[in-house]
Design a protein around this ligand. Sequence first.
Ligand SMILES: Cc1ncc(COP(=O)(O)O)c(C=O)c1O
Length: 288
Amino acid sequence: MSIVVWVDGSFVEPRERALSALDHGVTVGDGIFETCAVYGGQAFALTRHLRRLGRSAAGMGLPAPDEARVRDGVAQVLAAAGGSAGRLRITVTGGFGPMGSGRDGGEETIVIAAGPASPGPTSRAVRSPWVRNERSAVAGLKTTSYAENVVALADATARGGDEAILANTVGDLCEGTGANVFVEVGDELLTPPLSSGCLAGITRELLLEWAAEDGLPVREADLPFSVLDRVAPGPDGGASSDAHLALAGSVRNIQPVVSLDGVPVRAGELSIAARELFDRRRRERIDP
Ligand SMILES: Cc1ncc(COP(=O)(O)O)c(C=O)c1O
């Protein structure tokens, strides 16, 4: 399918110039966004995504996005996409603004786009040399200031991966560039708490809730970044590796990791069970 794009109430061609060249989102990354999976022409977990969009706006000091307007735009874009879209992106920026970091109260820009998606069932992760700052002014906010993620993902891609895994400034495991992380250790699947600086991922949140309901042992726990040493096979070819890694994010859902830093690693049983649980539960309701 082609990409469908809507900007402030009008459809535009994907490559058409549709924003002010001085939109503050372009100038300094002064904006927020959401990405949802789309199933059967409907956005998955849209209410949770819109709630987080509101939290990101508040954290950024941007006006709360007009939810009815965003929902209307989403409906228009998905109708135009005609049932073949796999992902939806909602971006809200500060709008036309000054050439520096200051704001002058411009009117927001809303961009909504739908396009195809073909997520794989597993992922190849690479440990990033850079860290997430859990004390940053925008920690935990889904802002359009994603340059750090762009650089980290390019580095992971150059090393044969499809996602980078970052520690935070105190050496704890944090998240990926576009995914939360889960580590299977012992009989549990553990994910770093929000205090690690990771995004409050909707997929992570749903997995924690559904696992609790279904009796799958999944919970939050502080994890040192060095826990990943236990995922990588040792020099004996794997006997010393007793942990497994999985990623969680919209569109990808739950992906057990099958390669770390270019070395094959085994998908864990709990990670596979979590993927199955998520796939089953997400089919029950489009907006859980
Ligand atoms: C930095 C970051 N962490 C985690 C996630 C996963 O969040 P969600 O499950 O809401 O997609 C994303 C989503 O793109 C992200 O950008």
